[in-house]
Design a protein around this ligand. Structure first.
Ligand code: SAH
Length: 249
């Protein structure tokens, strides 16, 4: 168990060229390997990961799509390593129940949104946002390969800033795929009582944090793992700066 945890930490922290995660040739072999390594132990998480083919979400990278490591998806973003997706889904599984409303901040490739949509059906919905419009388009194209019927109903994608979440909405479950120096106040507000958020927190040193909102609205936070994610950028401020710069040019 201890050795497994050490490999998990190393696999996540080492640069891509030094990854020690498994290298497999199909989605079912990838999930088999995660199960064997104890990185997937919940049957619902396992079923979700089996029903979403990672290669659909790493277009043009067929030879490496099933390696247990992050892969570039363009726009300086990556699809996270499968063991990190497994870890996040496992931490959230008790809140990813049929009918649940979910927010995926930094939807990127759309892979995790697809897995979460599998877990919350029937009746649930995953709202995925990314501040890069081209990534929202990419996620839609990726989902259209085998999960197109979910688009617009079980999965709703939009360009948006994770620092603001989805104003006016509330969620049973929030996943954040980019690291924030501190917990975004809007996301805490949009988390329903009894809900859970998983979010990497920090800058040069980051930890994956589990944030639970109790029934009385108070917040309980604990760290589970040192991690390394891209930063949750201040997209609205940046858009303002970009358009100001455009106007000045
Ligand atoms: N879960 C995704 C991870 C993508 S990487 C996957 O496995 O495919 C992190 C993503 O966070 C990037 O797509 C990046 O564009 C996005 N991001 C960073 N800051 C953001 C912000 N303020 N609001 C929304 N998305 C943001």
């Amino acid at each position: 168990m201890r050795r497994r945890l050490v490999s998990l930490l190393l696999a996540h922290l080492l640069p891509a060229t030094m990854q020690i995660g498994s290298i497999t040739r199909s989605n079912s072999m990838l999930v088999d390997a995660l199960v064997r390594q104890g990185l997937v132990s919940d049957s619902v998480v396992e079923a979700a990961m089996r029903s979403v083919d990672r290669a659909d979400f790493c277009p043009g990278q067929a030879t490496v799509a099933y390696d247990d490591r992050p892969l570039p998806i363009g726009f300086a973003a990556t699809i996270s390593a499968p063991h990190m997706h497994a870890y996040a889904l496992t931490l959230l599984k008790d809140h990813l129940k049929p009918g649940a409303r979910v927010l995926d901040v930094g939807v990127g490739s759309g892979y995790l949104a697809a897995c979460m949509a599998e877990m919350v059906k029937p009746g649930g919905q995953v709202y995925g946002i990314d501040y890069i419009g081209d990534l929202v388009t990419l996620a839609k194209q990726n989902l259209a390969r085998n999960h197109g019927e979910k688009l617009g109903t079980q999965i709703v994608l939009a360009q948006g800033d994770g620092w603001h979440g989805v104003p006016g909405a509330s969620f049973d479950c929030i996943h954040v795929g980019a690291a924030a120096p501190q917990l975004p106040a809007a996301l805490l507000e949009q988390l329903r009582a009894g809900g859970r958020m998983v979010i990497p927190v920090g800058t040069s040193q980051q930890e994956l944090q589990v944030v639970d909102k109790r029934q009385d609205g108070s917040i309980d936070t604990h760290s589970v793992l040192p991690v390394r994610y891209v930063p949750l950028v201040h997209a609205t401020a940046r858009a303002g700066r970009d358009s100001a710069a455009g106007a000045a040019a």
